[in-house]
Design a protein. Structure first.
Lengths: 492, 444
């Protein structure tokens, strides 16, 4: 059934049908737009939205949902994305009317519960990263990166250090790093990096009076902890630059090491990764940005303040504008609040020792899967990994196959594929991140599926090249989609 | 928890479970396979100087009931959520249909990620394609993207596109643009100017003119005229409330090159500010400057219709520092909420929704501005479903009305505040607000 083609909602449309049950107009002498608004502002032709019944809508979107792989339906070892279980209690708590119905322009004194929660979340993120202050405003990881880069720019500008135009990014970095730095107005320089981390000589070559910041992910995108990061930090700081931590891989070290202790000055966290908020098919997430103490004055405003007054039993919280040295707002209002609620709930459910166990089991699972796969799909770097590792898809080449083929064959066996062809520094990369919430049995089943595909590939490579055959659609022609873009439905 | 021997504890086997599935037996098998004595051994790569020896001080683990109690108490400590909501300022208390809420809870939507593997993401991709079609229809432009963070950041992205397309530095806005959105434009403007339209001096410097429709004060602007009068060569950007677009003309048909807006008003809960949804539609020549994800239609290997993320050469994972934007999320779950909401409404429903809010808001404006000491700030300008009132001490009036069960605002300044009327506010609510405001003003 999930494989049956589903029409577009527009193709279900029947003129005159509606799922509408709006209240009737109940005010006397009801004003009508045509009598009050200039004719030029009024809509001439109605928008071609679908005309469908409520049951049509329910069936259509239920059917579409069944065409998705999701954490709730199967293992999702997509490297760098931390597809861990999203606890249902967190969704239930975010839906409480006291949160979901609260207008963002509610007076602070009538919204103390949310301000208290946001304050506690800021404190917890500080404790987990060693940073001194956080802003919860950024709506996504890349948005947090942009805020962090704007903070770096502001720091140098306020110091009169305007020659610092360069941000250094390793070649293995997520693409958002160079894109965010460029959006903040910096010149981006990419330097080589490998399993051991960034090329320190290349870094030294840029460690001069033009260096604004170095952006690093640790563990890095090949799944290794960069012990060299401490040296890199010294080089950058001695040159007067700042060190930026991309928190994409925090799940590997949460509760075991803190970015600030490693020398980082600014960081963002992906709450939809480490802190289990649902990925929602590609958002909403949240990307809080944290800084060391002397950079707090550059954080986006408004800032949350806590007031403890003698004689009052509970503290009071209020929003205050940021000072003149802040970077300004990066988003209207305060951030993706209902995502923040879920992250806070997760942190409190786990507790300090529980979060330490999260990273422990995430790293254990990745190493276990790496060992199970070793005989058939060897790791690209033969050493213990952190929360993810890269398998070397080049072993498929003698069979005339690519990493992509293995991924598609995994889809046929009910597993999501690993991240493929990232990072760019490893050929035929297959990045596996099982996460801590997969059981030993689930990891073993994944390894068996890979073994099964490798055996099939040896026997009948063509069959693997034709995978997937049991998914809602077969391999999708991406080239045609880009060459002749069809980006909306147009009725025939 | 089962009590373990000292040996098991030494191997890290007695750690708290939380959402972790491994039994002690599983852990032993796994550690043996890896060939390490304990979980902690796996962290030997981390230099000892920065390695923590115990978890951070953020409290002990809470069981599910304890968690619900703690966070439930925080949810209950927001009295404003119980008030009859006439607050606006770009974000509105709208009714969310039960069918929509039920569909949005499906784990296949909630716990999927970006459709990197299209063969197992056709649900996500088809929804995105439907969403793009609806946004393009509402805006009257050929192409819409899969979504952005929120309205304010979508506007900042549009301003960045205009700068890149024209090579000009300054973005001008017509009066009445949301003040927080102006701040977001300024933050993202990298020193390129953000100026009020009436202060434009050198029109050859102007990359774009922004008009908000309805504006921050609820006024309906003649955007066609404003766009016609803009400096030559400037990109025309409209920032719209999609809930009004069943009644108001599609901005693309009035000259807009880019239309952006906040999706909250068509299917998302207020949620104290998010998550919301930015949307963007653009004219053809701007196609390859669009930020973020875009879904396209294609075929699969068997010739069946299929959908896939496309035009990715614009994006950060390929173009890195030269990408059109760093945005990767499209707030897909929020885009789904909007797509379902608009499907339930249809063209007739969207128009009737607009007409209902329009009629009730005009009734409310009459009732409230008839109160001595209260007057409309822009009595001569047409408005849609929100209006500004001069009330004396605006923050004090907001607090006094809250004490009587009504939420209005935000305050525009010391003397003026906004009042918005949605389909959730019936005549009795409006009459109640009028009575309360009369009392408050009389007592002031």
């Amino acid at each position: 059934m999930p494989d049956a083609p589903e029409p577009l909602v527009f193709e279900l449309s029947q003129p005159g049908r509606t799922a509408l049950r709006l209240p009737e107009i109940d005010v006397p002498d009801a004003a009508v737009p045509a009598a009050h608004l200039p004719a030029a502002t009024l809509r001439r032709d109605p928008p071609a939205l679908p005309e469908v019944s409520e049951l049509d809508v329910v069936r259509h979107y239920t059917r579409l949902s069944r065409k998705n792989h999701a954490i709730d339906t199967g293992v999702y070892p997509l490297g760098s994305c931390t597809m861990k279980y999203n606890p249902k209690i967190n969704d239930a708590l975010a839906a409480l009317p006291g949160f979901a119905h609260l207008h963002p322009y509610s007076p602070d004194h009538l919204a103390q519960g949310v301000l208290h929660l946001l304050w506690e979340l800021e404190q917890a993120l500080c404790a987990l990263t060693g940073m001194s202050a956080f802003s919860l405003q950024p709506a996504a990881g890349a948005h947090g990166e942009l805020a962090g880069m704007l903070i770096a720019a502001q720091y140098h500008r306020v110091r009169g250090d305007s020659a610092r135009r360069t941000v250094v990014v390793p070649t293995a970095a997520h693409g958002t790093n160079p894109a965010s730095a460029a959006m903040a107005g910096f010149d981006v320089v990419e330097i080589p990096s490998g399993a051991d981390g960034v090329d320190l000589d290349a870094l030294r070559a840029h460690a001069d009076a033009t260096l604004a910041a170095l952006m690093l992910t640790n563990p890095n995108t090949v799944g290794m902890f960069e012990a060299r990061a401490a040296v890199a930090a010294r080089i950058v700081h001695e040159a007067g630059g700042l060190l930026y931590y991309d928190g994409a891989n925090l799940n590997a070290i949460v509760g075991r090491a803190r970015p600030a202790d490693m020398g980082f000055d600014i960081c963002h966290l992906n709450l939809h990764k480490t802190f289990s908020t649902p990925h929602g098919m590609g958002g909403p997430g949240a990307g809080p940005v944290g800084v060391r103490a002397d950079l707090a004055r550059h954080l986006p405003g408004p800032r949350l303040r806590r007031f403890d007054r003698p004689g009052e039993r509970a503290p009071r919280f209020a929003w205050e504008p940021a000072g003149p040295e802040g970077i300004g707002r990066v988003r209207a209002l305060y951030g993706n609040f209902l995502v923040l609620v879920r992250a806070y709930a997760y942190i409190r459910a786990c507790g300090g020792e529980g979060l330490r166990a999260v990273s422990g089991h995430a790293v254990l699972n990745a190493n276990y899967l790496m060992e199970l796969l070793r005989p058939i799909l060897p790791p690209a770097y033969d050493r213990r990994c952190m929360h993810e590792f890269i398998a070397d898809g080049r072993v498929l080449r003698p069979l005339g196959l690519r990493a992509l083929d293995l991924c598609k064959a995994l889809l046929d066996r009910g597993f999501h594929a690993p991240t493929m062809y990232f990072p760019l520094i490893v050929e035929e990369a297959l990045m596996f991140e099982p996460t801590e919430t997969e059981s030993r049995q689930a990891i073993e089943a994944l390894a068996r599926a890979v073994a099964d595909i490798m055996a099939e590939a040896a026997r009948d490579a063509e069959a693997v090249r034709e995978a997937p055959r049991h998914t809602p659609v077969g391999r999708v022609d991406e080239a045609t989609a880009a060459r002749r873009p069809v980006l909306r439905y147009t009725p025939r | 928890m089962q009590r373990l021997g000292a040996e098991a504890e030494g191997r890290g086997l007695a750690e708290p479970r939380g959402y972790l599935p491994h039994t002690t037996g599983d852990l032993a098998v796994m550690l043996d396979k890896i060939g390490v004595p304990s979980i902690d051994t796996l962290f030997a790569q981390i230099p000892v100087e920065v390695r923590l020896t115990s978890g951070p001080a953020i409290g002990a683990a809470l069981d599910e009931q304890g968690l619900a109690r703690l966070i439930g108490a925080m949810a209950s400590a927001n009295a404003a959520s119980d008030l009859v909501c006439f607050a606006g300022g770009g974000y509105y208390d709208r009714y969310l249909p039960a069918a929509q809420q039920a569909l949005l809870a499906r784990g296949e939507f909630v716990t999927a990620y970006t459709p990197y593997q299209p063969e197992v993401s056709q649900g996500t991709l088809q929804v995105t394609f439907e969403f793009q079609t609806m946004i393009a229809e509402l805006c009257g432009l050929p192409t819409a993207t899969a979504g952005l963070y929120d309205g304010s950041t979508a506007l900042a992205e549009a301003a960045g596109m205009a700068r890149a397309a024209t090579g000009r530095p300054v973005v001008a806005y017509a009066p009445g643009l949301h003040p927080e959105w102006i701040e977001v434009l300024t933050t993202h403007g990298r020193g390129g100017g953000i100026v009020p339209l009436e202060q434009v001096a050198a029109s050859a410097e102007i990359a774009a003119v922004i008009v908000q429709q309805p504006d921050y004060f609820g006024r309906v602007r003649d955007i066609g005229r404003l766009f016609r009068e803009r400096p030559e060569g400037a990109i025309a950007i409209a920032a719209v409330d999609p809930a009004t677009l069943g009644v108001l003309e599609a901005p693309g048909l009035l000259g807009a090159d880019i239309v952006v807006g906040e999706g909250q008003s068509v299917g998302l809960p207020l949620g104290y500010g998010g998550p919301y949804l930015g949307f963007m539609a653009a004219a053809g020549p701007l196609l390859r400057r669009l930020p973020g994800r875009i879904c396209g239609q294609t075929r699969d290997s068997a010739g069946r219709r299929a959908f896939v993320l496309t035009l990715q050469a614009r994006e950060q994972h390929i173009r890195r520092a030269r990408a059109t934007s760093n945005v990767c999320t499209n707030e897909a779950l929020c885009a789904l909420a909007v797509t379902i909401y608009l499907s339930l409404l249809g063209p007739v429903g969207l128009r009737r929704l607009g007409e209902l809010c329009f009629a009730r808001a005009h009734y409310a404006a009459e009732r409230l501005s008839a109160i001595p000491g209260v007057e409309r700030v822009y009595p001569d300008d047409p408005f849609f479903a929100e209006f500004a009132l001069r009330v004396g001490d605006a923050p004090a009036v907001i607090d006094a009305l809250a004490a009587r069960g009504y939420l209005v605002g935000p305050a525009v300044d010391r003397e003026r505040l906004l009042v918005a009327v949605t389909e959730k506010r019936d005549r009795a609510d409006i009459d109640g607000l009028a009575a309360a405001l009369r009392e408050v003003i009389a007592g002031a």
